[in-house]
Write a protein that binds this ligand. Sequence first.
Ligand code: GLA
Length: 389
Amino acid sequence: MDKQELLKEYQDVFNGEAKDVFFSPGRINVIGEHTDYNGGHVFPCAISLGTFGVYGPRDDDKVQLYSANMEGSTVVEFSINDEKPETDADKTWTNYFKGMLVYLKQAGYQIDHGFNLLVHGNLPYGAGLSSSASIELLMGNLLKDEFNLDIDEISLVKLGQKTENDFVGLNSGIMDQFAVGMGKKDNAIFLDCSTLEYQYLPLKLGDYEIVIMSTNKKHSLAGSKYNERVEQCEEAVKRLNQKLNIKKLGELDENTFDEYSYLINDDVLICRARHAVAENQRTLRAIEAMKAGDLEKLGRLINASHVSLHFDYEVTGKELDTLAETAWEQPGCLGARMVGGGFAGSAIAIVKKDQADAFKENVGKVYRETIGYDASFYDAEIVDGPHKI
Ligand code: GLA
């Protein structure tokens, strides 16, 4: 999307000149799914699909928000002093913005006048590429810049997670906000979610590239099922703690989990916990494989991640399974798996560059025949976190 076009869109909606344009990326995750809130490791990166924000100051205390992505969209207005989440279904999309504003103000940062903001994303909403974290960190970085707030990126990342948890009501971990806020060009972030220690690792894929495959299915029920997974893991920890003393499943290796899993004594909870433990260990092995340049092993671990998310964590569904399983059969594909919360959204595949076109065509065809509508394919670059353009 071009800056001039964005400025023109702002002019058309707000009848005035904008001051600045910002961009905030979305994210994918190479491996480490549903491990973040379990105190485990993740390996995500920020991508060149994301959200643009066009900002103009106002001299009253109103915030006027307009989304160019929603059909028949209107300007939504609230006061900078209004601290209540929006409950009107047509306007709940504004809570990702409003939450950041509310929590920055509650943390003592001065935001002393209103503003207009036009947002326009090229990240499909509900695609599992974290349009929500993209918006939260867009808002955080934009307010930091325009109001000269003395706050570091990791604090903004934490306020993004707080917005998600307390303002929106999804008990998510910190992966998405961290991946977006701390994104670095051509690097993935190896993050320990229990300590927030992190390391940038160049994503060296040689002759291979990452293909993003969207199911084009919106995940409407995902929120409640996501929170249910979080609770199931907490319950498993409680039961393991009859003999152990852990805070999160990420503290366990597979052998220790195996020895104590009898304490859980419930088939569903054992499956959920086994995924959380195994996926964390798998992520550590994937990092070793990457460092050793063993892309084939990395690919197999990516496949194993999907299998575990399918059978043990049960967060895939027919659409994501069709994408991943069809991808596995294609020549030149090293590995494929769903990314993000699951149930719908997107998957990724590591595919040989010169076979990527045939890959997309074949997977697209099988998907259409099996599901009844098209999947979308995206090539994204790995980019830096939010910034002014
Ligand atoms: C969503 C959440 C993240 C993470 C993933 C699953 O994207 O926002 O915190 O839990 O699901 O790995």
